[in-house]
Write a protein that binds this ligand. Structure first.
Ligand code: 3PG
Ligand code: CO
Length: 532
């Protein structure tokens, strides 16, 4: 149940206020506990960091905590290692040799899910103060999804001030060159909509699109023209002065995609790197040196050059279950397909053993999900029931995206429906599991839909707009998630082991081994159940 967490608050809680008879029944009748799904429990820098699907699925799949991208990049910058590495040198030398420009493309916020603005600033400082590059350009993707829904100017205005001061101090010429909402351009994932990447290419690389004198004016204009629009959906823009666009990407330039998380970075990286690329025409395709912040796909090695090594997640549960001959199915719709495959397997897109594993992707609609909060939950359920009853698999993992994808839209009514859809589908899966003589674990990777209104951190009060409407919250949360075990035939032989210290998502893997009748690896965090 992606993005369905637990919160004691009921106001703005689409999970508590939704009609969820199956979830209610499970909580009434089955062993369950709450798991930590954010912060240090999933390898993030601090407990102020909300959970997200990458680190959540990595943690569930790996069975133990790995320091994650956000932390690894912080450390590489603090120690200076990032700037001593081959990739940084290569990019700096390339644009120096060609009298080129150093470009940065990425998500401009401190959401710490895909990127952090401090990483960008540190690289710009080094590029100008230390490397003395005369010219850098920044292509900004506006967030509103991991941070406040209309907070873009809270980042853009201070960032423009930072650039002004940097330019004055170093004599360099660093400017924002283009941008747009992250759900409109560049940051598509799992090939759900290549059109977004094509539009990003046109904007950042060709410098084509509606022109504005500054990012601030672009944002203010689009907001005036589209009342109620949230940042993730703002249209693309190009910054231009009297002589035209200020920063198209040209032969001899270097490009850094500064997001560390991979799912939404792979497609644009492929567009820059692949010679035989057929997803959209790349006219022009400049000769550049390209690097990502991290390696985004450890199987396909995308991108070829990266600044910081990713966590090397080894011996995750899919791999070890293959070694033990367990037949496995992973299923979701496009929007979360990579979550139960690529993230689950430690950011590798391949299978460990194709003879034992099957991955099913139900194609997602390319629509705003507040318009279709049911998404493909029914289709996923139809298919999984068929597969459960077929007896072809020993272990099935399924992700319902609704709580998360609809939660991110900030539309409360839609989130309500999303949660009820998931509950309805869980009810159907329960019946199939019972028929097949199986056991069902109901859990989530992080919270989202249980907190649809912004709250004041100190008082806990819901924040209101001037007209009294609650302020929508589009981001994930710091809340725990349920871990429920439905064992229709078990007659009460399973109990939660209350002595497991700080139970979190990493305890799930060993618990699955336990329920499959296998000895969990001793390097996994301990299982959550006592079996009598
Ligand atoms: C996104 O990429 O949609 C959000 O930044 C995070 O959502 P997810 O972690 O649930 O995918
Ligand atoms: Co999400």
């Amino acid at each position: 149940m992606d993005g369905i967490g637990y919160s004691e608050y009921t106001e703005g809680n689409a999970v508590a206020e939704g009609y969820t008879p199956h979830l209610d029944w499970l909580l009434e009748n089955c062993p369950y506990t709450l798991l930590r799904a954010h912060g240090t429990a999933v390898g993030l820098p601090s407990d102020a960091d909300m959970g997200n699907s990458e680190v959540g699925h990595n943690a569930i799949g790996a069975g133990r905590i790995y320091p994650q991208g956000a932390r690894l990049v912080n450390e590489a910058i603090a120690s200076g290692r990032l700037f001593q590495g081959d990739t940084w040198r290569k990019l700096i030398d390339y644009c120096r040799r060609n009298n080129g420009t150093l470009h940065f493309i990425g998500l401009l916020s401190d959401g710490n899910v895909h990127s952090h603005i401090d990483h960008l600033k540190a690289m710009l400082r080094c590029a100008t103060e230390v490397e003395r590059l005369p010219r850098c350009r920044v292509h900004i993707l506006l967030d509103g999804r991991d941070v406040g829904e209309t907070s873009a100017l809270d980042y853009v205005i201070p960032f423009e001030e930072f650039l002004r001061e940097l330019n004055e101090r170093t004599g360099s010429d660093v400017r924002i060159a283009s941008g747009g909402g992250r759900m409109k351009i560049t940051m598509d994932r799992y090939e759900a909509d290549w059109g977004m990447v094509a539009l990003g290419w046109k904007t950042h690389v060709a410098g084509e699109g509606r022109a504005f004198p500054s990012a601030r004016e672009a944002i203010e204009t689009y907001r005036r023209e589209n009342p109620g629009v949230i940042d993730q959906d703002l249209p693309p823009f190009v910054i231009a002065d009297a002589s035209g666009p200020v920063g198209p990407i040209r032969d001899g330039d270097s490009v850094i995609f500064f997001n560390y998380r991979g799912d939404r970075a792979i497609e644009i990286s492929r567009a820059f790197e692949e010679d035989d690329f057929d997803k959209f025409p790349r006219e022009p395709r400049p000769k550049v040196a390209y690097a990502g912040m991290m390696e985004y796909d450890g199987d396909l090695h995308i991108p070829k050059n990266y600044l910081v090594s990713p966590p090397h997640i080894q011996q995750s549960m899919a791999e070890l279950l293959c070694e033990r001959g367990i037949r496995q199915l992973a299923i979701s719709e496009t929007q979360k397909f990579g979550h139960v495959t690529y993230f689950w397997n430690g950011n590798r897109s391949g299978k460990f053993n194709p003879d034992l594993e099957e991955y099913i992707e139900i194609p997602s609609d390319a629509v705003p999900f507040e318009q279709r909060p049911w998404m493909k939950a029914a289709e996923i359920t139809d298919r999984v029931i068929e597969e459960i009853l077929s007896g072809r698999f020993d272990f099935i993992r399924l992700n319902y995206p609704n709580g998360d994808m609809v939660g991110h839209t900030g539309v409360y009514q839609a989130a309500h429906i999303a949660v009820e859809v998931v509950d309805l589908c869980v009810g159907r899966v329960m019946k199939a599991v019972e028929k097949a003589g199986g056991i069902l674990i109901v859990t989530a990777d992080h919270g989202n839909a249980e907190e649809m209104f912004e709250r004041d951190e100190k008082t806990g009060k819901v924040k209101l707009h001037a007209d009294g409407r609650p302020k929508a919250k589009t981001a994930h949360t710091l809340n725990p998630v349920w871990f429920i075990v439905y064992d229709p035939e078990g007659k009460g032989t399973l109990r939660i082991n209350d002595r497991v210290p700080h139970p979190g998502l990493t305890n799930i893997a060993a618990t699955c081994f336990q329920l499959l009748g296998l000895e969990p690896p001793e390097f996994y965090d301990p299982p959550l159940l006592l079996v009598s």
